[in-house]
Design a protein around this ligand. Structure first.
Ligand SMILES: [Zn+2]
Length: 286
């Protein structure tokens, strides 16, 4: 179990940096709530936040709260100001290997997820880094007073990318594993999966308990290497129809498609003799 304390910078009467009609306290809260949401997809993680709304929190409150809870790691997202561009993060001067490894992981993953200008991994004597009793990192995610950074920070999708970078770093640092997705119990109705970044047919097949071969059969358009983000992938077949040709029998079709005689009879309202005719569009799979 990893106890992760997320401390969105500023809040309440302290807006933090302000610029380009943006308030640091609002951006840090949005990022922190997303970090929490993404982390909840992982096993063996506990999350606590210094604030989940626009509350005023003293620096002492924040570190006392994390210390009392017994956090394993302290992550405090901020937005920079003062004439610069891009991303940097801070740990306490002279910290040990554990904290440096966490800084490495979060730093590289945020840069990867956002494409931010990289201002480097830094060390600074700051209250939340000094008074917290666990590895602690403070991230400065773009400059609110830089028009280029501000334009990005105005988009929730970009704040989500920043959050994803933080989470990817924590996942890497602590070897977190995604929660198992419950497999669909019945193949009735078709199940569609929307491809997200980094997925392969293999990883999707594992997620749903199917095989790459099945996915290829159901999605002739999806090439293994060209899985586009946002592609709607059929996971289960859904209903299937068979055009009856001469010589077909219901029992042979049931066997071929893996359904039962009774299912085929019910779906197609056949008579008790299972009468079918050539050219009939017969539902053979539910
Ligand atoms: Zn700040």
């Amino acid at each position: 179990m990893v106890k992760i304390y997320i401390d969105p910078g500023h809040g309440g009467i302290d807006p933090g940096a302000v610029g380009n009609s943006l308030y640091e306290k609002i951006l840090t809260l949005k990022m922190a709530l997303k970090i929490k949401e993404y982390l909840e997809e992982y096993d063996d993680v506990q999350i606590k936040m210094s604030r989940t709304g626009d509350q005023t929190r003293s620096l002492t409150y924040r570190t006392d709260d994390a210390n009392a809870w017994g956090a394993d790691v302290y992550v405090s997202p901020h937005i920079n100001a003062g004439g610069g561009v891009g991303y940097e993060d801070f740990v306490y001067p002279g910290v040990g290997q554990t904290t440096l490894a966490i800084q490495d992981a979060i730093h590289s993953e945020v840069i990867k997820a956002t494409g931010f200008n990289d201002r480097g991994q830094k060390q600074k004597n700051l209250h939340v880094l000094r008074e917290s009793h666990m590895p602690a990192i403070l991230t400065e995610n773009g400059f609110i007073d830089n028009s280029g950074d501000a334009a990005k920070l105005k988009k929730d999708s970009f704040l989500n990318q920043i959050a994803q970078g933080h989470v990817n770093g924590l996942v890497k640092a602590y070897g977190l594993k995604k929660k198992a997705v419950s497999k669909p119990s019945t193949p009735s109705g078709s199940l569609v999966h929307t491809v997200v970044k980094g997925e392969t047919l293999w990883s999707i097949s594992q997620k749903y308990g199917t095989t790459v071969a099945n996915l290829k059969k159901l999605n002739p358009g999806a090439k293994e290497d060209a899985l586009k983000i946002g592609f709607k992938l059929n996971i289960t077949a859904g209903a299937k129809y068979h055009k009856v040709v001469k010589g077909d029998t219901v029992s042979a079709l049931a066997k071929k498609y893996g359904s039962t005689l009774k299912q085929i009879r019910d779906w197609n309202k056949l008579d008790t003799k299972y009468t079918i005719y050539v050219g009939q569009n017969l539902k053979v799979l539910g």
